[in-house]
Design a protein around this ligand. Structure first.
Ligand SMILES: [Zn+2]
Length: 414
């Protein structure tokens, strides 16, 4: 399943005798299965369906009523295993390359989305003039190539899919859905009342059928919220949303979390030391629901020091820790954002207040009470102050603040 297999087996052959010799340690590690990390399905192991997938048409997917999508009316989508597999299988441009329009169609997005991916360097874009005797607008007919790195239709990170450390297992993730799977899910149109905010050509004629009037791109208002626009106010179609079958809230993505597949050695070990009910207790519900209902844990971030430990813990069901498995040389820590963070040169009055109260040797709860904020926020501002003054501890921070002439301690107000 994973390229990490050899590394993993080496570590397991070293740790397993220690666990066999020490039952307390084994119980401690088995108890990790009850932690949130192993109870929540990871995003990488979730099959996701976009509500605005352009392939969701009555031609490809059973819908009731079948004319509702064209008329922008709420409807029911009948999801079966073949439908889900067709909607989530990885999309490749093929060799040598595919027409941009065709590729966008197979991915279920508009061509502008694929163009943006090409502009970001994710796809190779070539323009050929006079291809198939077509007109040469914009410098030629655009063709794209994924360079044998297929895109994931259900991922919103420009369809790049999970982190490369997970390998290519996600290509076959949809195959884990049972063949007899069936679920009917509501899909509703979303509109908003500011018709000038969108260039979409369809202004809806019957505003009563559209729910959830939402406003995007408007400045935050102060004071009481203005009344919602009346039913006679024109509204514009703003895309589709799923209605989560569990909480009935609207959402853009629906998730189906298959259980994380474990290596054979770990499965056998769990079988020997856990009852069947205990083993199956962590399996998520086999149904589509929103991110909150499934409590999906976000994707892997190499910015976190815990990233490797997270991978090892997931793949070993908590029996191994990250420091016990050597990181293979081919695993590269990919940064999500290449640009470095710049310090913001703006006043931070709340941090200044926290610094002044710290100088008076107040504790976090006292500062929180004084400023009417939570202790967590105080900790956050203190951390920001330590970073800004390039010190490690609060004592050093106080020392630095005392020696800085610009910051003078104020008497504490009653
Ligand atoms: Zn939900």
């Amino acid at each position: 399943m994973l390229d990490l297999k050899d590394t993993f087996l080496t570590a397991w052959s070293r740790i397993k005798p220690l666990l066999d010799a020490n039952p307390d340690e084994r119980l401690r590690r088995l108890a990790r299965r009850h932690t949130a990390r192993l109870q929540r399905p990871p995003r990488e192991w979730c099959i996701a369906l976009r509500a605005n997938d352009l392939r969701l048409t009555p031609l490809h997917v059973p819908m009731v009523p079948d004319r509702a999508p064209a008329r922008l009316l709420p409807h029911k989508v009948h999801l079966t295993a073949p439908v889900v597999r067709a909607l989530t299988h990885p999309i490749d441009s093929g060799l040598p390359r595919a027409a941009l329009k065709d590729f966008a169609k197979s991915l279920g997005v508009k061509p502008a989305v694929v163009l943006a991916q090409a502009r970001a360097g994710q796809l190779e874009l070539t323009r050929i003039k006079g291809l198939e005797h077509k007109s040469d607008r914009w410098g030629g007919i655009p063709l794209v190539s994924t360079a044998r790195k297929p895109l994931a239709p259900g991922f919103l990170n420009r369809h790049r899919g999970p982190d490369p450390v997970w390998g290519t297992w996600w290509h076959d993730l949809a195959q884990t859905i049972p063949a007899d799977f069936e679920q009917v899910i509501d899909r509703v149109p979303i509109a908003h009342a500011d018709v000038t905010a969108s260039h979409l050509p369809i202004a809806h004629t019957d505003p009563t059928v559209l729910c959830n009037p939402i406003t995007f791109g408007q400045p935050a208002r102060r004071g009481p919220r203005p009344p919602a626009p009346g039913p006679d106010h024109p509204r514009r179609f703003w895309g589709w949303r799923w209605l989560c079958p569990a909480c009935h809230q609207t959402c853009r993505l629906l998730f189906y979390p298959p259980p994380v597949p474990l290596p054979q050695c770990i499965t056998q070990y769990l079988k020997r030391h856990l009852a069947r009910d205990d083993r199956d207790a962590n399996d998520p519900a086999p149904t589509f629901a929103c991110v909150k209902c499934h409590r999906v844990r976000g994707g892997l971030s190499w910015g976190s020091k815990d990233a490797w430990n997270h991978i090892v813990t997931l793949l070993s069901a908590g029996l191994l820790f990250g420091h016990e498995v050597e990181i293979p040389a081919f695993v590269r820590r990919h940064r999500k954002f290449s640009a470095p963070k710049r310090p913001q040169n703006r006043p931070s009055p709340k941090r200044h207040q926290v610094e002044q109260l710290l100088l008076q040797n107040l504790t976090y709860p006292q500062i929180a009470k004084e400023l009417a904020i939570s202790e967590k926020t105080v900790a956050y501002h203190t951390l920001a102050a330590r970073k800004a003054h390039h010190v490690q501890t609060n004592d050093e921070l106080k020392q630095r603040l005392r020696t800085t002439n610009t910051l003078t301690a104020r008497p504490r107000s009653a």
